[in-house]
Ligand binder design. Structure first.
Ligand code: ADP
Ligand code: MG
Length: 238
């Protein structure tokens, strides 16, 4: 049964020390409940604390106060059930596309056979349209292709939650539109609960079930929530 509180962020606070040693609450009282399979975008001004919230959900950034519950369990550390795609994919240059995706797959499926792992990698890369580029090295790939590998690396982990931190931020607008559809295509097949951070309102509306607008920092929190009830699949563009 699908739950309405698959990802539950309650009264989340993050305080960073400023250069004088005082603690500044960058995020203060961030509350959000996300349904299983829902796609939520978080938009807000540069520096308001979007990545701070996302890295806390990923378990990469310690929580100052409040808590995050994923599928009934409070989270304290990173885990492959929460996969992150950052603005730059940071691929290892000495590994091929398949080699880069394989790194995480080995960690998450330690008991799978070599063939099973290779199939998972090939499936993830073909899902992002790189079925024929498995053996390409990062230097042989465009920025858009490299980011496709970054997305493949995340979905190969079969995460329960996909965390996208401005994943198209460094791409030209055509590539950006292509990759938006790549992600929507994946989510049409495997309904993964997804949080997308973006400062592009059109992108948020095109992709999401709900848009969460953060207030300006410091002490940023959820300002307003907007339900986007256009039917899916949304593959029609003007
Ligand atoms: N590790 C850190 N130490 C101190 N301040 C930080 C740290 N990381 C982020 N900040 C500050 O917290 C605020 C929010 O940052 P961030 O979450 O990256 O914003 P956004 O992703 O919305 O652009 C910014 O003012 C930033 O300078
Ligand atoms: Mg950010």
């Amino acid at each position: 049964m699908k739950t309405d509180r698959f990802l539950e962020i309650s009264n989340l606070v993050k305080a960073y020390p400023n250069p004088f040693g005082a603690e500044i609450k960058v995020v203060d009282g961030f509350d959000l409940k996300v349904r299983q399979g829902e796609f939520v975008s978080v938009i807000g001004h540069f520096g308001c604390g979007k990545s701070t919230v996302l890295t806390m959900i990923a378990g990469l950034n310690p929580i100052s106060e409040g808590g995050i519950i994923v599928d009934g369990r409070e989270i304290y550390s990173p885990a492959p059930n929460r996969a992150v795609v950052f603005p730059s994919p940071c691929l290892l240059p000495w590994l091929t596309a398949a080699g880069n995706v394989m790194l995480g797959v080995k960690e998450v499926y330690p008991h799978a056979t070599k063939k099973e792992r290779r199939d998972i990698v090939a499936y993830a890369l073909s899902a992002v349209g790189l079925g024929s580029a498995l053996n390409k090295y990062p230097r042989e790939m465009s920025g858009g292709m490299q980011q496709r590998v970054g997305i493949a690396r995340a979905i190969a982990l079969k995460p329960k939650i996909l965390l996208l931190d401005e994943p198209f931020g460094h791409l030209d607008s055509l590539t950006r539109m292509e990759l938006q559809d790549v992600i929507l295509g994946i989510l049409n097949r495997d309904q993964i609960t997804t949080m997308l951070i973006t400062h592009d309102v059109d992108e948020a509306v095109y992709m999401s079930d709900r848009v969460c607008m953060m207030t300006n920092g410091p002490s940023a929190h959820v300002g307003s929530l907007m339900e986007i009830d256009f039917p899916r699949p949304r593959d029609a563009r003007p």
